[in-house]
Design a protein around this ligand. Structure first.
Ligand code: ADP
Ligand code: MG
Length: 692
């Protein structure tokens, strides 16, 4: 094992003297004492002064210094909440919810009153709300109805270093808003990266306020050789630490929910098989976990036993848990990246950046000196990891962003003030997507359809599906389907009951469509008067169903305010499938073999997912459209519906025609490329005309 000393702390000695018991510190102090112990507290007055004197301030501080939970309260206490809301954006939903709950607790008020939060489809604020946490996506949507954000007196753009697409777009928009509104305070906070860049973006005089940090040294252990299976290795490492004598909680980073569940189960299993192993509280955290369970990571484990938190990179900078002394870092995270092979964004596992790796190891040094076990070599760190993560805006499809900016009358997207402009090709791709859906015309201008699409907080294809359904006469059905697609998976498969769960699920399945199967589940549940008992009996997640029902209500409201008719197609399921086809025709595939299809646009093979209702049913439609592709060992289509070849020609004429179905895939690819080029030329010439 090699050892590298991560960071020496100047203040290490001072703080050690003040701490009686390092590991249980936060758990035994009152809330007031905890607040006053945070690094940001020492600079409270000077922060308030710099905010008073400037309209934009960048605040930089180590993760855990108190930026997210304290700044809003300081501003509130200083009276900033009197003329308007103090808003604070978060790139992650879990963080917005969890932090709002914490701040409400610190202030001793019920969540949803003075302190609230808003995430997509869930608004926990009221007239009383003065401190509002929200996702950056929510604030971006609010810009559509209120471009000057008059509701707000202060906006804190938190976690700016994450560089989510929404944050990046907000940067460009808010830069203009502060120049129009001298009364608005804009605060941008970041962990220790990129601060200079933020200041420069907002103009030379923007001050950079640094919260003096308090970090303890962390020993970093690299592997001598690359590991084969990071889940196995992480499990082994955790058990080795746990069986060692030293106290302190463990934090393991995993790329996603599945790995988290598997590794948590393995750790518990292995410990159970060992005689006289001390107890360990294994606590997962990821975005789809119910919030009561999420809150557990912050609580003391029963009996004060050691905690082992298994987290996605939510725990990298968004959420800070005190008492972590050991970090296990496999070096991977899940990222959304535009995949040119499948022609759309795909969520895939990638190596993290060096900056992320350093953030992760820093988590071990918050309450005392710690240890970080990297499951990769120092050579891998140097040679295979990027220095910083590529901002999302440079690696994903931007159709939603383009739609939003066009609705805000930002006509010339190439001139929008981006901190890091997306590659022109990305922008063109995204405009092309919108053009195929009919949201943009040949000159790149927003159509009426596009304008209405922007009213929905959904992916463009789903908005289009809803709007089309009103015309086709099946909006009751499509409303349900879109809502069901907007919540996490509803089917549960408990350990030991897999067969029973599968046979219950089968009863709901409609052989030609996963979308119709979802509709079926919802309608059955409705017939049972929304019973949670019924959900339980059928291995269906009641919470997710309730959520789908709420989402449906909200989407219905938007449709009604847009005067889109809410109408049922009765038992005409074909019209529902055709409506699905009207939005998903770009994702069409043609039958090639059993369970195997070929993408009509890109020619790559796509497979039915084993969870699909079309899988292994002996029913093999010639054409299917899919909701998305998930890439594991191969390209699997997730959520599939059988469609007619004639519908594809009718609804997606830019891609398909009846005659062309005789063409080879290669010929078809060539055609798509040509169509793409024509589109680009047209867009370029229309942009050029505008400049003249
Ligand atoms: P920063 O934003 O600078 O990373 P935070 O304001 O998120 O820092 O965290 C400050 C402190 O508040 C940390 O010690 C953290 O453990 C604590 N904290 C944050 N959220 C919760 C919560 N839900 N429950 C308990 N403690 C929390
Ligand atoms: Mg924070």
């Amino acid at each position: 094992e090699e050892k590298v000393n991560y960071k020496d702390s100047q203040k290490f000695g001072d703080h050690m003297k003040n701490m009686d018991s390092v590991s249980t510190f936060a758990l035994e102090k009152t809330i007031k004492e905890q607040r006053e112990y945070l690094p940001v507290f020492a600079v409270r007055q000077s922060i308030l002064k710099v905010i008073r004197d400037n309209s934009v301030v960048i605040i930089v501080g180590e993760t855990g210094s108190g930026k997210t939970t304290q700044l809003t309260q300081y501003l509130y206490e200083a009276g900033y909440g009197k003329q308007g809301v103090i808003g604070c954006t978060q790139p992650r939903r879990v963080a917005a919810m969890s932090v709002a709950a914490r701040v409400a607790e610190e202030m001793g008020v019920p969540l949803g009153e003075e302190v609230g939060y808003a995430i997509r489809f869930e608004d926990k604020t009221s007239d009383k709300t003065v401190i509002k946490y929200m996702t950056d996506g929510i604030l971006l949507r609010e810009c559509l109805s209120d471009p000057d954000l008059d509701n707000y007196n202060v906006i804190i753009m938190d976690e700016a270093h994450e560089r989510s697409v929404n944050t990046d777009v907000l940067f460009g928009l808010l830069r203009e808003v502060v120049s129009r509104r001298s009364d608005l305070k804009l605060i941008v906070t970041s962990a220790t990266m990129d601060a200079e860049k933020f200041a420069n973006f907002f103009g030379g005089n923007t001050p950079n306020f640094v919260i003096p940090g308090r970090t303890f040294p962390v020993d970093i252990h690299h592997r001598r050789a690359p590991v084969e299976d990071y889940v196995d290795e992480a499990v082994k490492q955790a058990i080795q630490i746990h069986l060692g004598a030293i106290d302190g909680d463990i934090l393991i980073f995993m790329p996603g929910q599945e790995d988290i569940e598997v590794s948590s189960a393995l750790i518990s299993e292995k410990l159970n098989s060992l005689e006289s192993a001390p107890p360990l509280a294994v606590l997962p955290i990821y975005s789809q976990l119910p919030s009561e369970k999420q809150a557990k990571i912050f609580q003391r484990a029963p009996g004060g036993i050691r905690k082992c938190i298994v987290a996605t990179n939510i725990a990298e900078t968004s959420l800070t848990v005190d008492g972590i002394f050991f970090v296990i870092d496999p070096g991977y995270c899940k990222m959304k990246v535009f995949n040119s092979k499948v022609g759309m964004d795909a969520l895939q596992v990638y190596p993290i950046s060096q900056a992320s790796a350093n953030q992760r190891s820093g988590r071990a040094g918050r309450t005392g000196p710690g240890q970080c076990y990297r499951l990769y070599t120092s050579r891998q760190f140097k040679d295979e990891m990027l220095v910083t993560t590529v901002p999302e805006i440079q690696r994903t499809n931007l159709a939603n962003v383009v739609l939003m900016l066009k609705s805000l009358n930002v006509d010339d997207l190439l001139k929008f003030h981006f901190m890091d402009p997306p590659p022109q090709e990305n922008m063109m791709n995204s405009m092309y997507t919108l053009w195929t859906l009919g949201a943009l015309d040949n000159a790149g201008q927003l159509t009426d359809l596009g304008r209405t699409m922007a009213d929905f907080p959904l992916d463009p294809a789903l908005s289009k599906m809803l709007i089309t359904s009103a015309k086709m006469g099946c909006s009751e059905e499509i409303l349900t389907i879109v809502s069901m697609l907007s919540v996490p998976s509803i089917f549960i498969r408990p350990k030991g009951k897999e067969e029973e769960a599968d046979s219950r699920k089968e009863k709901f399945q409609v052989s030609e469509s996963d979308h119709l199967s979802l509709l079926n589940v919802f309608n059955e549940w409705k017939k049972k008067k929304w019973s949670s008992r019924w959900c339980k009996d059928n291995y269906i997640q009641a919470k997710a169903m309730q959520r789908a029902r709420e989402v449906r209500g909200q989407l219905q409201e938007i449709m009604e305010s847009d005067k889109l008719e809410i109408i049922s197609s009765g038992t005409d399921w074909d019209i529902v499938r055709k409506c699905i086809c009207s939005a998903y025709f770009p994702n069409a595939t043609r039958l090639k073999g059993i369970g195997e299809y070929v993408s009509l646009r890109t020619g790559i093979p796509c497979f039915l997912h084993p969870t699909s209702s079309l899988f292994g049913m002996g029913y093999t439609p010639d054409y299917v459209v899919y909701h998305e592709i998930i890439m594991t060992t191969k390209e699997y289509m997730q959520c599939v519906t059988a469609v007619e070849g004639a519908w594809l020609a009718e609804l997606g004429p830019m891609f398909y025609s009846l005659k062309e179905q005789a063409l080879t895939y290669n010929e078809r690819i060539q055609q798509t490329i040509r169509a793409n080029e024509t589109m680009e030329d047209e867009l370029k010439s229309s942009e050029a005309q505008k400049v003249v």
